[in-house]
Design a protein around this ligand. Structure first.
Ligand code: F6P
Length: 325
């Protein structure tokens, strides 16, 4: 076992509520094990531009409940180049880092995997994205909070939709995946859920509208932003033409889904994952993500976490359909 003396921690890609809780857990676990911690600001950009700040225990006080990330984040193009990664390596060596914990999603892990094929500073990842689209972990940090934010917003939309017998197309985030859409759809009793992973949901919505069954009622259609039909605006405009008797409105929830204080679930997951990421580095792991499966901490190689596709639970769609009929 190599003696780890100093590690870096950074957040990268889209921010997610709970990232601060993870930074806190990494910092405090490292310090407990007599390991120094350097915060790398603004994701991979910070490695290239030497945006380094020492982190002590008090620096991570009073952040477990905050959204965003105290280290800031970025999507860095330069790290995708050989020159960018070489610069990053030289800078990490200069401050004597023995390992780095990277907190982020797919893009973050892809960069980390390539870096670990080329250079000898081990990277361990923590899944942090509201999209929950990472293979090898049941949940990603931020997903639960984003879900609760969506549910709160849709409940409010339901009030006004009900008052007017209107149909709302509500667009939620999730990149190419429908995880946020499915769960929020079930939790809000949505009449339809449109996600990129399936093709027949639009047909079912057509049938529902044609039946006229819910014409004098509120209707909520949750649309995942990545759907091949083109999102809430395109879909709603199409349906407005097809069914002029329905009073249709559109809400795109957008980036409000990324903000806010993390839920208890996200804080606890982030704390466990942060703790385990430091342990993984101490155990000589590299190019590996720490995840949670069936409530147990697992190690998943970046290779798998990136390449393998995590499918949505299709039973949930069936449940949603039955319960909203
Ligand atoms: O990956 C998180 C996410 O919020 C996606 O759901 C969304 O598609 C994307 O990031 C938005 O990215 P940006 O903040 O760069 O517009």
């Amino acid at each position: 076992m190599t003696k780890i003396k100093k590690i870096g921690v950074m957040t990268s890609g889209g921010d997610a509520p709970g990232m601060n809780a993870a930074i806190r857990a990494v910092t405090r676990t490292a310090i407990y094990n007599n390991i120094e911690v350097i915060g790398i600001r603004e994701g991979y950009t910070g490695m290239i531009e030497k945006l380094f700040t020492p982190l002590w225990s008090h620096d991570v006080s009073d952040i477990i409940q905050r959204g965003g990330t105290i280290l800031k984040t970025a999507r860095c193009m330069e790290f995708k180049t050989n020159e960018g990664r070489e610069k990053a390596y030289r800078n990490l060596k200069e401050v004597n880092l023995d390992g780095v914990v990277v907190i982020g999603g797919d893009g973050t892990f892809t960069g980390a995997r390539i870096f670990n094929e080329e250079y000898d500073i081990p990277f361990v990842g923590i899944p942090g994205t509201i999209d929950n689209d990472i293979y090898g972990t049941d949940y990603t940090i931020g997903y639960d909070t984003a879900l609760n934010t969506v549910v709160e917003a849709v409940d409010k939309i339901r009030d006004t939709a009900s008052a007017h017998n209107r149909m709302f197309f509500v667009e939620v985030m999730g990149a190419e995946a429908g995880f946020i859409a499915i769960r929020s759809g079930i939790a809000t009793g949505a009449e339809a859920i449109i996600i990129p992973e399936t093709r027949d949901e639009v047909k079912k919505l057509n049938a529902l509208m044609e039946s006229g069954r819910r014409q004098r009622a509120s209707n909520i259609v949750i649309v995942a932003e990545g759907d091949e039909e083109g999102g809430a605006f395109v879909l709603a405009n199409k349906f407005k033409k097809l069914y002029p008797s329905y009073d249709i409105r559109i809400t795109v929830l957008g980036h409000l889904q990324r903000g806010g204080s993390p839920s208890a679930f996200d804080r606890v997951s982030a704390s466990r994952l942060g703790f385990s990421a430091v342990e993984a580095l101490m155990d000589d792991q590299k190019s590996t993500m720490v995840g949670i499966q069936n409530n147990e901490i697992v190690l998943v190689p970046f290779r798998k976490a990136i390449k393998l596709h995590k499918d949505v639970n299709r039973d949930m769609l069936a449940i949603a359909e039955i319960l909203s009929s």
